[in-house]
Structure formats: C-alpha cells, structure tokens
Design a protein around this ligand. Sequence first.
Ligand code: PGA
Length: 259
Amino acid sequence: MKTVIANWKMNVGVRESVALARGTLLTLRGRKTIPDLVICPPDVALSEVRKVIARSSAKLGAQNVSWEVSGSHTGETSTRMLQEFGVTHVIIGHSERRQHLGETDEMIQKKVAHVLAEQMIPILCVGETKLERDAGQAQEIIRHQLSVALQGVRLRGGDKLFVAYEPIWAIGSGEPASVGEVVEMHRFIDSVLTQLFPDAPEGQISVLYGGSVTGENAYGLLRETEVDGVLVGGASVKLNQFKDIVGAAAEVLEAQQTA
Ligand code: PGA
C-alpha cells in the first residue's frame, strides 16, 4: 500500500479547510485503486473536516499532541480530545516544532509512547539539516533521532507506526531530496527499525518521505519499493498539485497490481 498524508500546517482556517477537504476527496474520485489518505488540518478545523470526510476512506490526523492525559497544560491538546474528533493519526516531532518550539527527542519519545498507548498511529518525523548532510552525518543524526524517539517503545499486534523521513533542507524549499538520496536513507531507516523492532510483522511500520513533494516528483518517489508513501505540506493545500500526487500514488498501485 502507499499512503499520502496531507499536512495543512497553519495555512488554512475552518472555512478553507472544509473547502479543501471537499476538493481533496474529489482527487480520489473515479479511481479504481486509491492510496490511503490521511488529512491533517489545524486542530480548530478537525470537527468540520471530520464531517466532510465521514463517508470516505480518508483518515483524520492531528499535527501535534500532548503526552499528558489531562491536567494543567495550557494550550495543549490531549489524545482523548483528538479522539473525540475521530482523529486516528498524529504527526509527532515535525522539524518545524523541533526547530522553532524547542521540541526535543525526549519529548517526542513521550508523545510516541503515549499515542501508541492510546491506540492511535504516530507519524514520527526525522530529518537532518543541510549542514549535517554536507558533513556526512545524516545517517548518524537519523539513527540518533530514531533511537531516542523510539526508546522503550513497544509495538503490540494491531499497532502501526509511520516514520517520515523529512530532510529539513527539503521542507518547503522547492528542493526535494533526490530519489537516490531518499532510497538510500529509507534503506538505512529500515535497517535501524529492524534492529529496534526485530519482531515487527510486515506492514506494521511504514517509512514515508516528506520535503517539497509535488505533482511532478511524486511518481518517481512513490514507485520505489522503499517509499511507502509521502508526507505533503505545501502541495497539499494546492488542489491541482495534490490531485497529481494522489494520481501518482494510484498509478503506482495499479502498476503493482498488474505486475
Ligand atoms: P513541504 O512540507 O511539502 O511543504 O516541503 C512537508 C512537511 O513539512 O511535512
């Protein structure tokens, strides 16, 4: 399967989210095979977007969550609150939160563990800076992020984990990682995850790519077996782009079926 995740970030209000959700569902229409679609609107739009996607196969995701169950945590949102809106997936450790809001690997670990304990699906984001890549440290950084964020995390039957490889230099820059760079890093991530979760059955962990994914480059990325899907920011709020990304995923799936 291939998964397409739309991360709308803080780019759309409630009314725009409703329109965008309707348009996003239209991108699935008329296709024989469709990818799994997860829509992550801003929290304030979850309730309305839920209504729009209610009768579709699309899933609802949040862009962040607290690791606490409840209590005096001003401004935070709990997993239970998200579940009231039908949220099943949560983006955790996005680089924008790591870089600008001081989120650490330790905080991210608590969120991943808590989200899994609440039977939700974490979308754990990892990625290196340009400086780190140029210094030849990309793999070391990713290994560190994964091992801290997943320390002590256990996957039970029925749990699912997404890891999104999102090189920081590729996010919102219009400069995606090359297919070769993505495949190489995904293989590395797979090897680290196999060490961390030696008993995970096939399909329990998916590795996605994010960072300047567009309608033009999506097919080239998605046709690689190492790429289980894409996490899309900017192009997910541009319907003509997003339509092509969903189309690319559908084409890859159709080709796999006929192969
Ligand atoms: P982008 O963002 O597609 O705009 O590069 C991806 C992300 O931040 O998840």
